[in-house]
Design a protein around this ligand. Structure first.
Ligand SMILES: Nc1ncnc2c1ncn2[C@@H]1O[C@H](COP(=O)(O)OP(=O)(O)OP(=O)(O)O)[C@@H](O)[C@H]1O
Length: 801
């Protein structure tokens, strides 16, 4: 489960003057410098001071000094930026993060009329980021629906005067309670939705229920905080892994000073409540930014609900809305200060846990690692893109745009070829390895089938089919193997081209800008490589899941058949010592697997090598019939890991392309899991075995119950059963020995004059009388005999009466 530490992303959006502001002809208090910086309260352009008609060199001392504060944010949107741009740059990446298992939240902050609702909800003509984000989410869900199943449910809440209301059903107030999952809204039901259009209808319905009142600053001022949440349960169709993620979109009520709304009575109370909750939010932001441990989330219902959207395990985007008019000077200043504080908050991000029934977490984890790595590369790429754009805009270094353009198209072409060659070359390696893996798995399974087959005709027919299939695989393998060397040459050639281009770039006079451009291209090439890796892992995982499913089902049926056959033979007294020995051997094998499966991950890690050797050694001296199951599984996992490692190495062998040290560092983390591979492979093997062992154990339990209740103590004795189940003698022979010993001890009890058994049944002795290893012991010679029960004459007398 990848863990990341990130800052909250903060974007500032400046809105144009409204009619009132234009009327007052106020000056602009915000100057957007570039995509990530603004100047608050800049000097006025017509700030020249004239005295008696003469321009003075000094300023008018009766005028207030301008603040001229330069502030930096992750992104600054100017008045002409649209909701679509905000979505593309800020919330679209969050959709990818949500689908990768991270909780995400977006909240808009600002004074009344600053443009929060415009940003969040927008209008029909210019939909806000909620709709755009959700539409994108549904499109991506649709595109991935073959591989994953998505269950989407939404809720839309309002916090008004500290009351939590359900905007979709117009019900409430609802209570908040805390449990192990965090803060829960009592009685809140999620409404399932299937399309972004449905969501639009729902938003309209919810907004109709939202508390709005005209204020001096905004005729349609929202007087409540609106929290829209999308809960998604993602189920991987192949691995059956599940995770639940949450995307929250929060439209906060206006953060203006009470005076600016000129509210009295109810409006004043409303304003006070809004301010109380926003003050609590501000406190939380300050404490989180200072890195303090105790965060006063409980101070208001708003902060309680936002607890896991702000500082918790959540990727957060805050959009601070401001007006550029000097009429809103103080509110704008406060909002920007608030936003600057929020920018400092660092959160610890964890991908939501995968719940899986399959022993394939190893691959799922690896795929997640690759995806996380890609996310990091994407971020770096974006930063480089911004730098290149900045240099291009600057233009002061005398770049000739035509020359730059021709360089760009040349670099693009060289990298495009490298990417295609890489896709084909590494892709073909992946295909070969998957075919090899499939061949191994099928061969192993065929061994089982052959052992089981009784009907010769059917056996031959199956074998023919199996052979045909294997021939097809072998042909495919040959074809790809033949093509491989030429592709490898092409890949190497393409990489050499890239290297020589880089040398040329380094010598060119446009080196500064082209160097950055090439770095971007390197990252893109690296990302493409990662995608091939993750696809390869996915395919290997699919092979494994399908095969282990088949093995599990076959094994369960085989166990049932085996147990029935064993019982029948035993009933008919036809259990030969050879069959018994085979059966015992199978039990011993499973007992080993069970003990290993119970070991902790740490122990598995520590004993990885010895355990591995032990397993292999035991494989050698065991008969094939009893070892194939465990060893085949073991071999499959080991092979899978070898294949993966191999592919990673081949993918990594082109690392020289990466020039940036950070990226090198990041890439090392991708190479590292070599060690992890084996540990994980072992632990997955143990998991796979546990599931079969559990089933076997149930069969054993039935045997114990049969032996104990039918032959010995009718009605069953759970204590003895448990002891026997745990006992190291837990084989049929060991069991019989234990039972016989117990019954002899019971018989011995009868010889003691002062003690009797309440239920003097010693049938096992008879059942075991043919066993030469059992001898009668005189009373008191062993210290492991069952405790004697003192004969209670009075009780016995009462009972008789
Ligand atoms: N970027 C923008 N471009 C054009 N018009 C805008 C922009 N932002 C806001 N507006 C307009 O400004 C007015 C107030 O905006 P909005 O209702 O979104 O403010 P608000 O911050 O949600 O206020 P409140 O907190 O009172 O609900 C609306 O008429 C809206 O259309």
């Amino acid at each position: 489960m990848p863990v990341e530490h990130t800052n909250i992303k903060v974007a500032v959006r400046v809105r144009p003057y409204n009619a009132k502001e234009l009327e007052h002809q106020q000056r602009s208090i915000i100057k957007v410098m570039d995509k990530s910086a603004l100047l608050f309260d800049p000097d006025e352009e017509d700030d020249e001071f004239f005295f008696h008609g003469t321009k003075q060199n000094y300023r008018d001392i009766t005028k207030r000094m301008n603040k001229k504060l330069t502030m930096e944010f992750d992104r600054v949107f100017d008045i002409d930026n649209t909701n679509q741009e905000l979505f593309e740059e800020c919330t679209a990446p969050l959709v990818d993060a949500v689908l990768n298992g991270y909780n995400c939240s977006v909240f808009v902050y600002g004074a009344t009329g600053a443009g929060k609702t415009f940003t969040m909800l927008g209008s029909e003509a210019t939909p806000g980021i909620t709709f755009l984000t959700m539409r994108d989410l549904f499109e991506k869900i649709q595109a991935q629906s073959d591989a994953r199943k998505f269950d989407v449910g939404v809720s839309y809440l309002e916090v008004y005067n500290e009351h939590v209301m359900n905007l979709l059903t117009k019900s409430g107030p609802l209570k908040l309670r805390e449990d192990s999952n965090g803060v829960v809204v009592s009685g809140l039901r999620l409404t399932p939705i299937y399309s972004a259009e449905e969501l639009l209808r729902m938003l309209a319905l919810g907004n109709g229920h939202r508390t709005q009142h005209p204020t001096d600053a905004n005729a349609e001022s929202s007087r409540s905080h609106a929290i829209f949440q999308v809960h998604i349960r993602i189920t991987d169709r192949k691995t059956d892994t599940k995770r639940t993620v949450k995307l929250s979109m929060i439209d906060l009520a206006g953060s203006e000073r009470a005076a600016s709304t000129k509210g009295i009575g109810v409006r004043f109370k409303e304003g006070a409540s809004i301010n109380k909750s926003l003050l609590a939010l501000g406190n939380c932001i300050n404490k989180l930014a200072d890195g303090l441990k105790h965060i006063p989330y409980r101070d208001s219902n708003l902060t309680r609900i936002l607890k896991d959207s702000l500082g918790g395990n959540c990727r957060t985007l805050m959009v601070a809305n401001v007006s550029m008019s000097s009429l809103t000077y103080e509110d704008t200043y406060n909002t920007l200060k608030y936003a600057s504080r929020a920018k400092k908050i660092r959160t610890t991000l964890k991908q939501n846990v995968i719940k899986s029934k399959m022993p394939t977490e190893f691959y799922v984890k690896k795929i997640d690692e690759v995806m996380a790595e890609n996310e990091r590369l994407k971020e770096r790429n974006k930063a480089l893109e911004a730098k290149v754009a900045q240099l291009e805009r600057g233009g002061s270094n005398g770049y000739d745009p035509q020359e730059l353009k021709s360089w760009y198209s040349r670099i693009d072409a060289v990298y495009a070829t490298a990417k295609t060659m890489q896709e084909c070359g590494i892709g073909i390696r992946s295909k070969i390895k998957i075919i090899n893996y499939r061949q191994t798995l099928k061969k192993d399974f065929e061994e089982f089938r052959k052992m089981l087959s009784q009907d010769q005709r059917m056996c031959q027919e199956d074998y023919r089919r199996f052979n045909n299939y294997m021939t097809t695989l072998a042909n495919q393998n040959d074809k790809y193997s033949e093509e491989l060397p030429s592709w490898q040459d092409k890949v190497q050639h393409a990489y050499r081209e890239v290297e020589s281009l880089k040398r040329e770039v380094n010598q060119s006079k446009l080196q500064q800008i082209l160097g950055l451009y090439v770095k971007r291209k390197d990252l893109e090439l690296q990302m493409a490589k990662q995608n091939i890796s993750s696809n390869h892992l996915y395919l290997i995982n699919r092979e494994l899941v399908e095969n282990s499913d088949l093995i599990r089902k076959s094994f369960t049926t085989a166990c049932d058949v085996l147990c029935q056959a064993y019982n029948r033979l035993e009933d008919a007294e036809k259990l030969t010592p050879e069959i018994q020995a085979l059966y015992d051997r199978l039990h011993r094998k499973m007992r080993f697997a069970e003990s290993e499966a119970n070991a902790t991950e740490f122990e598995a890690n520590e004993t990885e090598k010895t355990g591995h050797k032990r397993l292999l050694a035991s494989e050698e001296d065991e008969e094939q019939s009893t070892t194939t199951t465990a060893s085949a599984k073991k071999r499959q996992f080991v092979r899978a890991s070898e294949i993966d490692d191999d592919l990673h190495l081949s993918v990594d062998s082109t690392d020289s392309l990466e020039t940036d040290s950070d990226s090198d560092e990041a890439h090392k983390t991708f190479k590292k899991p070599h060690n992890l591979n084996q540990t994980q492979v072992l632990s997955t093997t143990y998991n796979a075995l546990t599931s079969t062992v559990t089933k076997q154990r149930n069969v054993h339990q039935r045997i114990v119950t049969d032996l104990l209740s039918d032959q010995n103590v009718r009605g069953g004795n759970d204590k003895i059963k448990q002891v026997l189940l745990k006992s190291s003698n837990f084989t049929t022979q060991g069991l019989q020995r234990s039972l016989a010993a117990a019954s002899i001890a019971k018989e011995n009890v009868k010889f003691n004059g002062n003690y009797v058994r309440k239920s003097p049944r010693a049938l096992v002795a008879k059942a075991m009388s043919g066993n030469p290893t059992i001898t009668r012991k005189p009373l008191g010679t062993g210290n492991k005999e069952p405790p004697l029960v003192k004969f209670n004459r009075a009780a016995s007398f009462r009972l008789k009466k």
